[in-house]
Design a binder for this molecule. Structure first.
Ligand code: KIV
Length: 263
C-alpha cells in the first residue's frame, strides 16, 4: 500500500480497511491479515495507558509506539498520529514532530481539524514529502472544546463547515481523510465531493473505507462502547479464559510438565 494505492482504491470503489495498532506483537499478527494499513493512533493514551482522553500522548510516546509497530511489521503502510498541539506551533515545529514519526517508521502522519493553522501545517508537510491524512467530525483532541464525545455535523451549518474543511484539506494536499462520528448522509455527501478517500469511523457505510480501534473490534474493551463499534471476536472472554486455565493448571500441578522443564 502506498498513497497512490489509496487513490486507486477510491477510483476502483474498493473499500479500504484500517485498524489501530500500538505494539510489535499485534503488528506482526496483522502481517498475516489482509488489512490495508495501520494507524498508530493517539488513542494509545486511552487503550494502553488508561487515560480518559488522548491529550496525554506526546511525540516521544507516539514515536516509541510507531517504532514498536514498525519493528513488528516491516511491510504495512503505517500512519502515525500527530498528538495534541504538536502541529499548532508553526511549520518548523510541525515538521520536526512529523519528522520524528517518520524516522520512527511511519509512512504518513494524521492530524485533526481543518482550521487555518491545520491547513498551514498540511501545506508545510506535503511539499516536504510527508503524506498527511486529515481527521474531521469528532476530533478527540478537541474533546474539551466540543463539550464531550458527541456526534458532529448534525445541524446544517455545522455540516456545511465540515464539508468546507474537508475540501480545504484535500486542496492542501491530504491523501485521505478520517471522518469520525458524523451523520451517514453527511459522510456520503463528503465522500462523493472529495477525490481523496474518506475513511469512516461512526460515519456509516457510504464512505471509502473504515477504521476501528483494534481492542474494540477484537472485543477486548470492557465498558460501554460507542454505538458504531462492532466486536468481531470475543477477545475479553478469551483472555480471561486463557489466564484462568493457566492459574488452574499451576494450582493443580499440571503446569509445568516434565516436557516443559529442564533436566
Ligand atoms: O487515535 C485514533 O485511534 C484515531 C482513530 C479512532 C481514527 O484517531
Amino acid at each position: 500500500m502506498t498513497i497512490l494505492d489509496f487513490a486507486k482504491y477510491k477510483q476502483d470503489r474498493r473499500k479500504i480497511t484500517l485498524v489501530t495498532c500500538y505494539d510489535a506483537t499485534t503488528a506482526s499478527l496483522l502481517d498475516e491479515t489482509s488489512v490495508d494499513a495501520v494507524l498508530v493512533g493517539d488513542s494509545v493514551a486511552m487503550t494502553i495507558y488508561g487515560f480518559n482522553n488522548t491529550l496525554k500522548a506526546d511525540i516521544p510516546l507516539m514515536a516509541a509506539h510507531t517504532a514498536a509497530v514498525r519493528r513488528g511489521n516491516k511491510n504495512i503502510f503505517l500512519i502515525g498520529d500527530l498528538p495534541f498541539l504538536s502541529y499548532r506551533k508553526g511549520p518548523k515545529e510541525t515538521l520536526a514532530a512529523a519528522g520524528e514519526l517518520l524516522k520512527a517508521g511511519a509512512s504518513a502522519v494524521k492530524l485533526e481539524g481543518g482550521d487555518s493553522v491545520v491547513l498551514e501545517a498540511v501545506k508545510a508537510m506535503v511539499p516536504a514529502g510527508i503524506p498527511v491524512m486529515g481527521h474531521l467530525g469528532l476530533t478527540p483532541q478537541s474533546v474539551n472544546g466540543m463539550g464531550g464525545y458527541r456526534v458532529q455535523g448534525k445541524e446544517a451549518l455545522a455540516a456545511e463547515q465540515i464539508l468546507t474543511e474537508a475540501l480545504s484539506l484535500e486542496e492542501a494536499g491530504c491523501f485521505a481523510l478520517v471522518l469520525e462520528c458524523v451523520p451517514r448522509s453527511l459522510a456520503k455527501k463528503i465522500t462523493e465531493k472529495l477525490t481523496i478517500p474518506v475513511i469512516g469511523i461512526g460515519a456509516g457505510k457510504e464512505v471509502d473505507g473504515q477504521v476501528l480501534v483494534i481492542q474494540d473490534l477484537l472485543g477486548e474493551t470492557r465498558g460501554p462502547l460507542p454505538k458504531f463499534v462492532r466486536s468481531f471476536s470475543n477477545g475479553a472472554a478469551q483472555i480471561v479464559k486463557g489466564v484462568e486455565n493457566y492459574c488452574r493448571e499451576v494450582r493443580e500441578g499440571s503446569f509445568p510438565s516434565i516436557k516443559e522443564s529442564y533436566k
